[in-house]
Ligand binder design. Structure first.
Ligand code: MN
Ligand code: MN
Length: 453
């Protein structure tokens, strides 16, 4: 193994890393859903002079180089854009990350009773090891829409609130071969067990629903709700040297936050820069708010129109001439499970942002295989900026694999490569990253935004 980049951050430079990571920890501690991430991004965008594309359409205002805009899609997908000096059809530099993370979602009809408990039923989202989510404090973040159109944002189980939990069978009574074998239908939350003695039936469920009624939320309102069950509590420093961060949702909010900070700080770029924060990556990038939707393409058409540069052909050229960092986390070599990795070719902590030329599984199936011409250009850009990076794969050949939004961006004929923060125990309720890798990833995205498209 080569150098550990903590050496690059001695003395006063260490403070830069700490300051950045303090803000990052605040972000992942309070933004645990797509909607919370979008709200955060919009607030930061407006603070930094970005204008909503929706407000500009039809206003007669034209965009010029240096102008900053953002667009929101269904409150779960957002993009920020700084207009470059070059015409947009020359291409864009895009950093795209996802803001959905593995979790448990409440079902549309979540409440039922069993053995003197009000239980709350869930359906998991994304690739999880189910046993990791039980017997620990959980919170609920989300939104409920009532029939009258009003909306209630919900955060239960943070701060000094009571938390939620899923119970587990004690080892004494769990003699099956694999104690880690937990069924999806067994991810049931303990809602409470004080009965409402005023009613004949469903005493326990009624008591819990009465509490919700105080917020004017009915049982039926959960049909028009999105409630995500996530680990309760804040991200924390990890290790006696505080070199790491343990927190929920770092896949892929480590890349979302670093990309967002980079775009917010980009002023008067040569080529137009875009930061794209998408939903539904963990379940295949499908749906209206996933990368497969037309939101990005449609919004680029609107932005080009606002710049006075729109034509169908100019839009096609802009997309084809673009570069994208598909910014997603990768698996860091785990010292306890080295047999799953090729330690020579996989990512390590404290070695900087990790580039995967290809992902996919088996014989690269499903991979976007980045062009070496593009990678060479990128190497020069990063080396000139003094960014430390590692060229990696994800696990041993034939061990498994994974996908990102890279192949979807690549459909436009643009150059795309996967680039992001190495993570330990990815998809676990609490994921671990190295502080210097988070900071180096932010520096890489900043440098990339200055690259010739
Ligand atoms: Mn990811
Ligand atoms: Mn993932």
């Amino acid at each position: 193994m080569k150098t550990n980049i903590w050496e690059n951050y001695s003395g006063t430079k260490r403070k830069e890393v700490e300051d950045f990571c303090t803000k990052y920890k605040e972000f992942i501690s309070s933004c645990k859903t797509e909607r919370e991430c979008v709200r955060f991004a919009v607030k930061e965008a407006e603070k930094n002079g970005f204008k909503n594309v929706r407000d500009l359409i039809g206003s007669g205002k034209k965009l010029k180089p240096g102008d900053k805009v953002y667009a929101v899609n269904m409150d779960k997908n957002v993009m920020l854009c700084v207009i470059g000096k070059e015409p947009l059809e020359k291409g864009l530099n895009i950093v795209g990350a996802h803001i959905d993370s593995p979790r448990l979602d409440l079902k549309s009809k979540p409440f039922y009773e069993s053995q003197g408990f009000c239980m709350i039923d869930t359906h998991y989202y994304g690739g999880i090891k189910k046993y990791q989510w039980i017997a620990q404090p959980l919170a609920m973040h989300g939104v409920v829409f009532r029939k009258d159109g009003t909306q209630e944002n919900i955060v239960y189980g943070e701060g000094d609130d009571p938390v939620f939990a899923i119970s587990d069978l004690l080892p004494h009574l769990d003699k099956k071969d694999n104690q880690k074998d937990v069924k999806g239908e067994d991810l049931n939350i303990l809602g409470g067990n004080i009965a409402d003695e005023k009613v004949e039936k469903n005493k326990f469920k009624t008591a819990i629903l009465n509490i919700l009624k105080k917020n004017n939320i009915s049982e039926e309102d959960f049909f028009s709700a999105e409630i995500e069950v996530v680990p309760a509590g804040k991200a924390k420093d990890c290790g006696l040297d505080a070199s790491m961060i343990i927190g929920y949702g770092q896949d892929d909010r480590a890349c979302a936050y670093t990309g967002l900070r980079a775009v917010l700080e980009t002023k008067n770029p040569e080529y137009t820069v875009v930061n794209l924060l998408v939903d539904k990556e963990e379940i295949g990038s499908v749906g209206a708010t996933g990368m497969e939707s037309k939101f990005f393409e449609n919004t680029m058409a609107e932005i080009m129109n606002l710049c006075g540069q729109y034509s169908e052909l100019a839009l096609r050229r802009a997309l084809t001439n673009s570069n994208t960092l598909s910014s997603d986390v990768t698996a860091a070599v785990d010292p306890t499970y080295t047999s799953a990795y090729n330690v020579e070719t996989d990512a390590h902590f404290a070695k900087g942002i990790s580039f995967n030329k290809f992902t996919g599984s088996r014989g690269k199936s499903g991979a976007n295989d980045a062009n070496p011409e593009f990678i060479a250009k990128l190497r020069k850009c990063l080396d000139d900026a003094g960014v430390v990076y590692q060229a990696t794969e994800m696990g041993k050949v034939d061990q498994g694999g994974g996908g990102t939004i890279a192949y979807i961006m690549a459909k436009y004929g643009m150059n795309v490569i996967d680039a992001g923060v190495p993570v330990l125990n990815m998809h676990a309720p609490w994921e671990i990253v190295s502080k210097v890798d988070v900071y180096e990833t932010y520096r890489a995205y900043k440098a990339f935004y200055g690259m010739k498209a």
